[in-house]
Design a protein around this ligand. Structure first.
Ligand code: MG
Length: 273
């Protein structure tokens, strides 16, 4: 009986070692074709077996109404419910907003806050909740904003049964593009932004390519590669002023106690191998 057990354990070890070997070999097996047409970049055949494999990223989890989800494994976490260590004021002092119940809460009249780290092209995930009960009308209700490079605003507003000018409503590119639809949740409920922001390119201090932004609001497409006209402002036609390849993300203090949670970014390299 003892021998049988020992033998079966040994066989199991041999079998698993064999399976591991097979798996390892499979990971490095040549798969694909070289007798196929070349792709337009002239580097790879269609289905080229030598084309590098994509980096493996462990995906995160989705948030629920009460619990924030987990970021993907390669994300830079800007707020995980604990503190404002990744944030600063405009002049580099500690961010004076509050952290309460796992959320950043805007501290009105203390000013905007900025990420210490700077970014170029990014994927951004961020969640926000506008104050409840709601107070004020139009632009005075639950106003904040996410500013890329500290200057291109994706509006945050309570747009649930709150009329304002369309290009100032929640998920608008402020003063430029209304959202494609109004996917707002009621005040107090957590809402999500999933954003792809491609930064503008300048050459010799002149605009070469404008910035663009794609936004899903609560999973609904609201900005579809919208080409940004320039830095956001109130009652002005936006225009560009040349800047560097990276800049901070800013959260706006517009006098309302808007809350934020689960903020992370993934810097993007838009080129493929
Ligand atoms: Mg705003």
């Amino acid at each position: 009986m003892k021998t049988n057990k020992w033998m079966s354990s040994l066989l199991a070890i041999i079998a698993s070692a064999g399976a591991f070997g097979a798996l390892n070999a499979a990971e490095h097996a040549s798969v694909g074709y070289t007798d196929t047409p070349m792709l337009p970049d002239g580097k790879w055949h269609v289905h080229d077996p030598n084309r590098p494999q994509p980096t493996v990223v462990a995906p995160g989890t989705f948030s629920t109404a009460t619990t924030p989800g987990k970021p993907p494994s390669d994300a830079i976490v800007l707020f995980d419910g604990k503190d404002l260590s990744k944030w600063r004021t405009a002049d580099g002092k500690p961010a004076p907003w509050n952290v309460h119940d796992g959320a950043i809460v805007c501290n009105p009249k203390t000013g905007d806050i900025f990420t210490k780290e700077e970014f170029g092209d990014i994927q951004l995930h961020l969640e926000f909740a506008t104050p409840t009960p709601p107070k004020g009308e139009s632009q005075e209700r639950g106003n904040s904003g996410v500013f890329f490079f500290g200057r291109y605003e994706l509006q945050v507003l309570d747009s649930y049964q709150n009329r304002t000018y369309a290009d100032g409503s929640c998920a608008s590119v402020y003063g430029q593009y209304p959202p494609l639809v109004n996917a707002s949740r009621p005040p107090g409920e957590w809402q999500t932004y999933d954003v792809v922001f491609i930064s503008p390119r300048f050459k010799d201090a002149k605009l070469e390519t404008p910035a663009s932004i794609t936004v899903f609001h609560n999973g609904v497409l609201v900005q579809n590669h919208s080409e940004i006209l320039g830095a956001s402002g109130h009652k002005i036609l936006a225009k560009y002023a040349a800047h560097g390849a990276k800049g901070p993300i800013k959260l706006q203090d517009h006098g309302n106690t808007t809350r934020y949670r689960n903020i992370w970014v993934r810097p993007l390299d838009s080129t493929h191998d």
